[in-house]
Ligand binder design. Structure first.
Ligand SMILES: [Zn+2]
Length: 136
């Protein structure tokens, strides 16, 4: 998934570019135009490699930020959720919502509002989940 390889690749490409710049700077007037063009081509290639690696790292950072935001949201919900009579309720400052499906919350971390089952199935449970169809 994510690893720091992209940053390592970017740093390596930037280091190569810096070394090429050093060679070009220290070249005396006798450096052949063809050799100079070759060094500039190598420089452009190193900068392109660095750019790609930074774009890769940027995508990884965006993915990690999304995962962190989702984890924080789940942790916040987990603080406010309460299980009673086999189903979940979500506490707010001065109110409560629910009931929510215990299976969907415990397995998928989703709060799915339960509803009464169709009349012929009410002897099987008080609530039914519209997502997983389980009765409670
Ligand atoms: Zn469910």
């Amino acid at each position: 998934m994510t690893d720091p390889a992209a940053i390592t690749q970017a740093l390596s490409a930037i280091k190569s570019a810096a070394e090429i710049v050093k060679v070009i700077r220290s070249a005396d007037a006798g450096m052949e135009k063809a050799e100079l063009k070759l060094k500039i081509a190598e420089l452009a290639e190193s900068l392109a490699d660095a750019r790609l690696a930074v774009v890769d790292a940027q995508e990884q950072i965006i993915t990690l930020q999304r995962q962190l935001t989702e984890a924080a949201r789940l942790a916040e919900v987990h603080e406010r959720v309460e299980r009673r009579n086999s189903v979940y309720y979500l506490r707010d400052a001065d109110s409560e919502s629910g009931p929510y499906c215990p299976r969907c919350y415990e397995v998928d971390r989703k709060l799915v509002s339960l509803r009464p089952p169709p009349r012929p199935m009410r002897h099987l449970g008080q609530w039914q989940c519209p997502n997983c169809d389980k009765l409670f």
